[in-house]
Unconditional design. Structure first.
Length: 256
């Protein structure tokens, strides 16, 4: 069941913040009415995307029969767009059917340089090494910080949302997967997901990881950005940390 609960997470004030449960209230450090600022576009292939998001937000998808597990869901899109339907709404609705509470995270994006989401992606992801520039970008790092604040918020309000504070994970596609991994650099473990599901994400991370976290990594080998070899290296790093980890590699993208 889709419920229009949004949380702007620019400035975090914990006093009374669990009131987010009230329908149609927004949160940007205090409670006020407002609108999510973004452009919703339909691409030639029918994909629904959003761009020019200037502030991060949450949307709560509540299952009919919650099992206590929650996922912070982050779409992909190269920091210029979010694939809001195929990697967002449809995934949230499927997870709800499994009893999982979903908090769809729309993070701030870089401003469009061309007026076209497709051209922005082509311009900024023409080389295999371009992902390294994304990982160091200030907008990416701010989005990661916002995601960490969102996880802290969900743990603070876990009882209000009917989820267990020790079963709040993160599921990310592409750039969203990279954001999820970035959170483990935080000194505050309350910003770490309890489990991480990475779907075709990129990474140059060589750190050791906590053995208390579980990882699921899936990658597609027919993309031009070498995510599969990065995923294999990441699997090795995580495995050597004695953390639970699975790796699945597919040779091509499914048609539907």
């Amino acid at each position: 069941m889709r419920i229009q609960y949004y949380a702007f997470i620019f400035f975090i004030h914990f006093a009374g913040h669990c009131q987010l449960r009230i329908e149609h209230e927004f949160w940007n450090g205090h409670f006020s009415s407002g609108e999510i600022i973004s452009n919703v576009l339909k691409l030639e292939d029918g994909s629904i995307v959003e761009n020019n998001i200037v502030v991060s937000s949450l949307e709560f998808y509540k299952p009919e029969k919650p099992n206590g597990t929650a996922v912070l869901l982050i779409h992909g899109g190269g920091m210029y767009v979010l694939f809001s339907e195929v990697q967002g709404v449809k995934v949230a609705e499927w997870l709800n059917k499994q009893g999982i509470s979903v908090f769809l995270f729309r993070h701030l994006l870089k401003k469009s340089q061309t007026g076209s989401p497709v051209q922005d992606l082509i311009k900024n992801f023409s080389l295999k090494s371009d992902y390294k520039r994304v990982l160091a970008d200030s907008v990416f790092l701010k989005a990661a910080s916002d995601a960490g604040q969102a996880l802290k918020y969900l743990r603070e309000c876990s009882e209000d949302f009917g989820v267990r504070p020790d079963k709040i994970g993160l599921m990310g596609f592409s750039t969203g997967a990279a954001l999820g991994l970035e959170l483990y650099k935080s000194k505050s473990k309350s910003a770490w997901p309890d489990f991480l599901i990475r779907l075709n994400g990129f990474s140059d991370d060589k750190r050791k990881f906590s053995s208390s976290t579980s990882f699921f990594i899936a990658s597609i080998s027919d993309t031009p950005f070498d995510e599969t070899s990065q995923s294999i290296k990441l699997y090795g790093n995580i495995s050597s940390s004695n953390a639970a980890v699975e790796l699945h590699v597919y040779n091509k993208t499914a048609e539907d």
